[in-house]
Structures are given as structure tokens and as C-alpha cells.
Design a protein around this ligand. Structure first.
Ligand SMILES: Nc1ncnc2c1ncn2[C@@H]1O[C@H](COP(=O)(O)OP(=O)(O)OP(=O)(O)O)[C@@H](O)[C@H]1O
Ligand SMILES: O=P(O)(O)O[C@@H]1[C@H](O)[C@H](O)[C@@H](OP(=O)(O)O)[C@H](OP(=O)(O)O)[C@H]1O
Length: 272
């Protein structure tokens, strides 16, 4: 039985008859394949990842959703059968998933793109923290408490986020979550550093407009036995061959994110 995701924070949503992702009860996330080259690029990347035990080390694979191929299922907009990527639902094990979708890179357009597409991306990049920080928040939900539930700003609010707003998001995250409230942010920090070391070396892929999901559980004990906090890379509609050059756009954005988070003191950190 398919349903609309309860915890989707960004991207195209299956609301008001739109085409968007669906989930099932077994922890699968069905992302509709976008009609043009975006869909084929994303499927090609997941296939490359699946069969790339040489290129991508096993411990790096855990930073990507598990991939189960593509499947034709009833589209959420009622248009009939449509091919979908079948992925691991990376938040299904969390009782109160706190999620930040962070689009990485100081530019979201790629060299091969059309002038119109570059102009569209540049407008968004300049109007958000993409250019100033090397990343931008695309969506988030932070569980605050039983009575107040989730803080989940809408897309228009998110688009207006300044650097200070981004800093206050991380402060809110730290203050709202016991497992995060320590010097390595509940285990997020070591994962970001491990991902950074991979990006300092890998030259097979360039990831444009790709997001890192920071995921924590707003409940102290989550049901799946997963660690309290995970990072997951998603949205590979604009992944291209690296042509034996490191992905300096993504790496630069990731380094900036790591620095930014480390400069946002946890409540009990010893930082002055
Ligand atoms: N594997 C997954 N498991 C759980 N949630 C996911 C998964 N992949 C994506 N999501 C949710 O869906 C949102 C959008 O994902 P994604 O960026 O892949 O969609 P999109 O429509 O391509 O977005 P964009 O408009 O940025 O291209 C994410 O912010 C996250 O909340
Ligand atoms: O590059 P693509 O494949 O066209 O995908 C777009 C890209 O992910 C943008 O980041 C997103 O704008 P936001 O970052 O503002 O969500 C836009 O949403 P939109 O189509 O609603 O503008 C997407 O269409």
C-alpha cells in the first residue's frame, strides 16, 4: 500500500495532485523518474553506484540510500503507471525524524547546461546562501516537543534564509536534540569528515544540485536501532562524469558546511 511521505522536507511533493514520491510500509521510497535526462541520469548514477564496488568503497556506500532498481507504479498525480526509482526510505526507522536538506555547492548549475538553465540556477544561487556559504538549506523539519511538534518552515521562508538564519537553524537543532548536544553533534561530524575524505580523492563523479540530508531522531530511543544521527546524499539528477578531476564544487561546499557547523557551538561544548 503506497502513501505520500510524512516526512518529506523539500523537492517535488505529491500534494494537490502533483507528481511526487511515495512510500510503502516496508521502508521503501519511490521517487518518480523525471521525464527528461534528469531521470535517466539519476537512474544511471544509482546503477553505477550499485555496480561500482571498485570505485566506491563499502563504507562510503552507507552515505547513499540503498537502491532496489526501478519499478512502474501508479503515479501520485493519477496519470497512470510511471517508472519510479525504488530507494531505501532513509527516515523510516526514526520515531521523530529531524531532517535538514542541504544543497551542496557554491553553484548548482553544471558546465554542460544551457544558458537558460545556468541563468535560472544563478538567480537562485545568488538569492540564497549558495554563493555566500557554498551550500543552502532546501528544506527542514525539527521536532521540538510533544505539544509544539515540528518546526517546518515553508519553501518561501526557506528561500529567504540568510547566513544568520542558517546559523540559528543549527543552533535550534542542537538545542532541540539531546543526542546532538555534544561535541561531535551526535555522530554527524565524523560522518561529514569521512565523506569529505572521499571527496578529496574521488574523481569519478561530479555532483551538481545534490543534497546532504542531516537526520536525527527527536525521540531519545529510535525504533530501528539506527544511530541517532545519519547523513545521506540524495538527488542525483545532475551527476556527471568527473573525468578524473575532483569535484571541487561539492568538496568546497562540504568543507564550508563542516566549518560552519563546527563554528556553531553545541550547548555544552567547551568552545569559548
Ligand atoms: N531515499 C529517501 N528516503 C527518505 N526521504 C527522501 C529520500 N530521498 C528524498 N527524500 C525526501 O524528498 C525530498 C526531495 O528529494 P529529492 O531532492 O531527491 O527530490 P527532487 O524532487 O529531485 O528535489 P529537487 O527539487 O531538489 O530536484 C528530500 O528533501 C527528502 O525529504
Ligand atoms: O535543477 P532541476 O532538476 O530543474 O531541479 C530544480 C532544483 O532542484 C532547484 O534547486 C529547485 O528549486 P529550489 O531549490 O528552490 O527547491 C527546483 O524546484 P522548482 O522547480 O520548484 O523551482 C528544481 O526544479
Amino acid at each position: 500500500m503506497l502513501k505520500f511521505p510524512d516526512h518529506q522536507v523539500a523537492g517535488h511533493q505529491a500534494l494537490r495532485g502533483q507528481l511526487g514520491p511515495q512510500i510503502d510500509e516496508s521502508g521503501r521510497f519511490y521517487k518518480p523518474l523525471q521525464q527528461d535526462e534528469r531521470g535517466s541520469r539519476e537512474a544511471a548514477f544509482y546503477n553505477a553506484l550499485l555496480h561500482s564496488n571498485t570505485k566506491v568503497k563499502k563504507q562510503i556506500l552507507r552515505f547513499f540510500p540503498a537502491y532496489y532498481g526501478t519499478q512502474n507504479i501508479e503515479a501520485s498525480d493519477g496519470s497512470g503507471l510511471h517508472p519510479h526509482l525504488v530507494l531505501q526510505d532513509v527516515v523510516s526507522d526514526y520515531v521523530k525524524p529531524c531532517i535538514i536538506d542541504i544543497k551542496i555547492g557554491s553553484r548548482t548549475w553544471y558546465p554542460q547546461a544551457s544558458e537558460d538553465y545556468v541563468a535560472k540556477c544563478l538567480r537562485k544561487d545568488r538569492g540564497t546562501t549558495t554563493v555566500s556559504l557554498g551550500f543552502r538549506i532546501s528544506g527542514l523539519q525539527i521536532y521540538q516537543a510533544e505539544n509544539s511538534g515540528y518546526w517546518k518552515p515553508d519553501r518561501n521562508q526557506i528561500h529567504k534564509f540568510t547566513v544568520d538564519d542558517v546559523r540559528s537553524v543549527f543552533r535550534k537543532l542542537i538545542s532541540s536534540n539531546q543526542s546532538v548536544c555534544n561535541s561531535d553533534y551526535g555522530g554527524i561530524f565524523p560522518q561529514l569528515l569521512e565523506l569529505k575524505s572521499w571527496f578529496e580523492d574521488q574523481t569519478d563523479f561530479h555532483f551538481y544540485s545534490c543534497s546532504i540530508l542531516l537526520i536525527y531522531d527527536g525521540e531519545s530511543e529510535n525504533k530501528g536501532g539506527n544511530p541517532h544521527s545519519m547523513i545521506k546524499l540524495i538527488d542525483f539528477a545532475h551527476v556527471f562524469s568527473g573525468n578524473d578531476v575532483i569535484d571541487h564544487n561539492f568538496l568546497g561546499g562540504l568543507c564550508s558546511l563542516i566549518k560552519f557547523i563546527s563554528d556553531t557551538p553545541a550547548i555544552h561544548s567547551t568552545k569559548p
